[in-house]
Design a protein around this ligand. Sequence first.
Ligand SMILES: N[C@@H](CCC(=O)N[C@@H](CS)C(=O)NCC(=O)O)C(=O)O
Length: 223
Amino acid sequence: MAAAYPLVGGAADGAHVEEDSMIKVYGVPMSRAMRALWMLEEVGEPYELVTVNFADGGTRKPDFLKINPNGHIPALQDGDVTLFESMAINLYLARKYDKGLWPKSTADEGRAFQWSLWAMTELEEPVITALLHRMFLPAAQRDAQKADDAAVRFQTPLAVLNGALAGRDWLAGKTFTVADLNVASVLGIAPMCGLDLTTAPNAQRWLQACNARPALARAQART
Ligand SMILES: N[C@@H](CCC(=O)N[C@@H](CS)C(=O)NCC(=O)O)C(=O)O
């Protein structure tokens, strides 16, 4: 069964890893699962992408609902640990396989939690609303007014991020961490759906630096 799933990452040294013990991420790259793929590529552990697609009803199938009863992707299995929620998955992976993406102090851990929760509660809604109504929904279901209203709402969290990045390169500590990855994985959608970042030069500069991570390019190559 497991052999039917494609291996998509890690094991760069060719080491054999028992498939049942391999980390599994459930989803498709063109979804919030991209966040977990980016983190897994940063971490460099062998993993398997198990295709579960919302577009064909895969997220509502009984087998997948046993893994994530919410019926959403991504979900993660790592040995005995099964997790849902993309930001939690990334915090877990960064902490467990600490490859430099876990903050170095308790204060910066707090900042990583703060920015991850902020990305979900303050930033994501206007970004996803604009994405849906400008790109994702069938043309007949798009509402240009909803997208335009979201574009206005988007400026509020963007200004907060821009202020936080004044005079600093990264959100938690002196290096790129899970805090940056989690926020960039949401903000990175904004330019695709015409949201204006020119009002936030610090955030633009920072997003460019995050987007230059080779691990992101590897994750995106899965699409
Ligand atoms: N807060 C969740 C949201 C997950 C989510 O809504 N994923 C979408 C795909 S991007 C999904 O699975 N939708 C399928 C459905 O609602 O049936 C997370 O960040 O993991």
